[in-house]
Design a protein around this ligand. Sequence first.
Ligand SMILES: [Zn+2]
Length: 262
Amino acid sequence: MAGPVGICALCLQKRRLRDSHLFPAAILRLLRDSEFTNPNPYIMSLDYVGQSSAQAKQYLLCHDCEQQFNRNGEKWVSVNCYHAQRKTFQLGELIELAQPILSGTQGAAYDASRIPEIAIDKLVYFGASVVWRASLKPWRVQKEVYSPIDVAPKYQEALRLFLLGSAPFPQNAASIVYLISSAVPPSVVVFPESLDEASARITCRFYIPGLWFFLLLGDDITSADRSMCILRSPCHPICLYVGADALPWQVSYSLYMNKREL
Ligand SMILES: [Zn+2]
């Protein structure tokens, strides 16, 4: 079905718009229950937990820009994240074979640039593209409406130019990737959210099966933040973190308790 003609949010050209997803359809398909007892993607955020076949999508991008998102990040990430049906996690397997640059009881860090199969540029692009989309407009899943996450206009524009291919990854940004360390990562997505911070820095995060993406933006990002950036840190860290495993379930539990209190 042809969409309406409008201004594409990425290239700003007047084009026929596609019904664009927030999360790639290929990732939402991974959330379906292999036994088909629950065929619906499971989507959650701090405001909502539930099952829904109504995916977050709206007329946003033209065909060419959707293809660019697919080529530059979505395709690679959806192949390499955790696949519950096949019980495979390609990115996790690559890291298992590598020598950590740091390790301890809480996890380990690996130099992604020393693992040639890891496409650092695609992880960075994908993380930025989901956060950027979530910052533009509200997204609706059935009756739930998620407000746009809080990204200042100048960072939104810097991300747009990066995603369009017209500018490098913004200087005042850090892209951080955590892998779930357990054998069976939660097969859910966590909607993008921005965490409140007192400083002139925001932390945006979201989860897809096996992977947490964090995007830090602001003039106040510290050298410690920058040292964690998979793109610009000299050791290009990709981290296994024990705490990352519990986080989707903690979010889910607090949502459940909140719903009960209503
Ligand atoms: Zn476009």
